[in-house]
Ligand binder design. Structure first.
Ligand SMILES: CC(C)(COP(=O)(O)OP(=O)(O)OC[C@H]1O[C@@H](n2cnc3c(N)ncnc32)[C@H](O)[C@@H]1OP(=O)(O)O)[C@@H](O)C(=O)NCCC(=O)NCCS
Length: 200
């Protein structure tokens, strides 16, 4: 597995222009329609980061990478035996590449209404959130990473999966998944979830 991170505050305009050119026509069109420049830049940086990380992982030229999407929106690479996923929040973009199905989610730590946990957390997760300063975003990103790994998209029932975090060890209620936190920056929480090959 490779995880790569990009902070778009450090990206030059000339790089963004070059990266825009290497995107597919479909993505160029979708990105061009976004009104907020920051959101456009995140999408362009995400495309470039994925291209580079996948090319490094597979040992192929970046121009050989063609992105496609499942019906539920999960991106995959045409004709290459590799899995990847991408996430962006604030100024950061993260990409995970693996030979197993994978999901990644990053969130910038921000003030949230504590009641928001009611919508997605189980009772034991709510207990964890109440006792841990970044608990809300830890549980939230784990769930997003899990659903992005299985690729179901927004149709999923968020409470179908739950997490038990004990001394940095993460237990997923579903068998066959390995989940972890990565620390791209002190202001962000990021989770990765991988489906273990040949799990019982
Ligand atoms: C669509 C969804 C994946 C977007 O997540 P987000 O946190 O708003 O945005 P992120 O930056 O983390 O991820 C965006 C990327 O996810 C990818 N993505 C889109 N649909 C996906 C899917 N079904 N599965 C996996 N990845 C997907 C795309 O590459 C997208 O990148 P792009 O915008 O540059 O094209 C998310 O809303 C979703 O469906 N979550 C699943 C379950 C759910 O309801 N979770 C609620 C919180 S627990």
């Amino acid at each position: 597995m490779i995880i790569s991170i990009s902070d778009i505050r450090k990206v030059k305009k000339s790089e963004l222009s070059a990266w825009f050119e290497q995107m597919s026509d479909e993505r160029k069109q979708a990105v061009s329609q976004m009104k907020v420049e920051h959101k456009r830049n995140l999408r362009i940086a995400a495309d470039a980061l994925c291209r580079k990380t996948i090319a490094d992982f597979c040992g192929v030229e970046q121009n050989k990478i063609i992105f496609e999407h499942t019906k539920t929106g999960k991106p995959f690479v045409k004709d290459l035996p590799v899995h990847f996923n991408v996430s962006h929040s604030g100024d950061m973009v993260v990409c995970a590449v693996s030979d197993c199905e994978i999901g990644i989610d990053i969130e910038k730590i921000r003030n949230i209404n504590p009641r928001a946990a009611e919508k997605f957390a189980t009772d034991s997760e709510k207990d964890y959130i109440s006792k841990n300063i970044n608990g809300f975003f830890e549980i939230w990103t784990l769930k997003e990473a899990y659903f992005k790994c299985i690729g179901t998209g927004l149709g999923a029932d968020i409470r179908d999966v739950s997490f038990d975090i004990c001394e940095k060890k993460i237990l997923c209620s579903e068998n066959g998944f390995e989940c972890s936190f990565i620390e791209p920056d002190a202001d962000y929480i990021c989770s990765v979830c991988k489906r273990i090959k040949n799990a019982p």
